[in-house]
Design a protein around this ligand. Structure first.
Ligand code: NAD
Length: 354
């Protein structure tokens, strides 16, 4: 097994493994780059097919956090953690406390937060063993859950993409397809419906679907959502949904959603460009959550979070313009911009809201 030469490793500063047999905890923490600040990123709990799949996931997600925080203009590094196992079956208080002790042993090099499979309540338990936990501030409007801010960032990003492509961001009557109406997708659907958009959704979870339906969304089968004719496709479920198979069947003008690692490989960004589909890079448009986590850590207000999240639209517009000017994919341009920030070639331009 070759770790250091694996493309997913990408020069990670730290990868730590921990097993706590008594509670069944098996966890990995990855810190990709902490040059802008302490590495902050969520803890995902998932029933991975193999340990190798868990390692690959945490490395890709951790790297993504470095790029996300750099372009969001917040002084945080990139890190992530995974707990291996089905949260519905394996998660218990003892396991979460053991995870807290693991995080604490890293002395602040990594700060955890909620992610798929973990909740604000879980973070409170983890916080009994370590101070290096975020997204639990009860004074915030959403009790520490950053997903409404992620959804707001995606909403602002969709409007920026429409302005760039069509010269108007009027959502009335536009068809927007959302794959996955969980925490982020539901909030996004709600905002879009309020502006008169025709929102089409698909989800594997019946409860989440009926909640979206009650808001006014229309439902299509899971297997149809990626090829439905629409103005904007917003992937808000899982990664690698834009892959060699799906990229040729998309019938949308814009891809702009919350899911991490939407592209199976960077080649899909070129294919989207060739097909004339405008792609809002995932690590740019979905930064609302980490922006809010940062303000929670600083004791900032929800207004400060919102104001900062709105800047995602400006960053995307800069990326779209640059990509068009240089005839490159938006993904390639966004990665290059982020690298120049966290490698110190460019000043840390966008300052956090006071
Ligand atoms: P979530 O688990 O609350 O929601 C995901 C939804 O997708 C669920 O309703 C699930 O049933 C559905 N789903 C799963 N597989 C599906 C499939 N094959 N087809 C259709 N639907 C499917 O997660 P979330 O917090 O809403 O996050 C959504 C995505 O955005 C994830 O990829 C996450 O990593 C990313 N993201 C979330 C945040 C945040 O603040 N929560 C921040 C940045 C990125």
């Amino acid at each position: 097994m070759s770790i250091f030469s694996d493309p997913a490793f990408d020069g990670h500063e730290l990868v730590a493994f921990h097993e706590h047999a008594a509670s069944g905890l098996r966890a990995i923490v990855a810190v990709h780059n902490a040059s802008l600040g302490p590495a902050v990123g969520g803890c995902r709990m998932y029933a991975y097919d193999s340990d190798a799949a868990a390692l690959n996931d945490v490395l890709r997600l951790s790297r993504g956090m470095t790029y996300k925080s750099a372009l969001a203009g917040i002084p945080l590094g990139g890190g992530k953690s995974v707990i291996i196992g089905d949260p519905k079956k394996l998660k218990n208080r003892e396991l979460l406390l053991a995870f807290g002790e693991f995080i604490d042993s890293l002395n602040g090099r990594y700060v955890t937060a909620e992610d798929s499979g973990t909740t604000v309540a879980d973070m409170k338990v983890i916080g009994e063993r370590t101070a290096h936990v975020s997204g639990v501030t009860s004074q915030q409007r959403f009790g520490g859950d950053p997903s409404p801010y992620t959804a707001y960032g995606v909403y602002c990003g969709i409007r920026a993409a429409l302005r760039f492509q069509r010269g108007t961001d009027d959502l009335k009557g536009l068809r927007i397809a959302i794959q996955g109406v969980g925490a982020v997708g539901r909030h996004l659907a709600e905002r879009l419906l309020r502006q008169g958009a025709d929102v089409i959704v698909a989800d594997v979870c019946r409860d989440n679907l009926s909640r979206a339906e009650k808001l006014g969304a229309r439902i299509v089968p899971v297997e149809d959502i990626l090829s439905v004719r629409c103005d904007v496709l917003a992937p808000c479920a899982m990664g690698a949904v834009i892959n060699p198979q799906t990229v040729t069947t998309l019938r949308t003008d814009i891809v702009a959603g919350a899911a991490n690692n939407q592209l199976a490989t960077p080649l899909q960004s070129e294919q989207l460009l060739q097909r004339g589909i405008l792609y809002a890079p995932d690590f740019v448009i979905n930064a609302g959550g980490i922006i809010d986590v940062y303000y929670q850590q600083q004791g900032g207000s929800s207004e400060q979070s919102e104001k900062h999240v709105e800047r995602i639209a400006d960053t995307l517009t800069e990326i779209f313009n640059k990509a068009e000017g240089e005839r490159q994919s938006t993904h390639a341009i966004a990665e290059a911009m982020a690298e120049s920030i966290f490698r110190g070639e460019k000043g840390f331009g966008v300052k956090a809201s006071a």
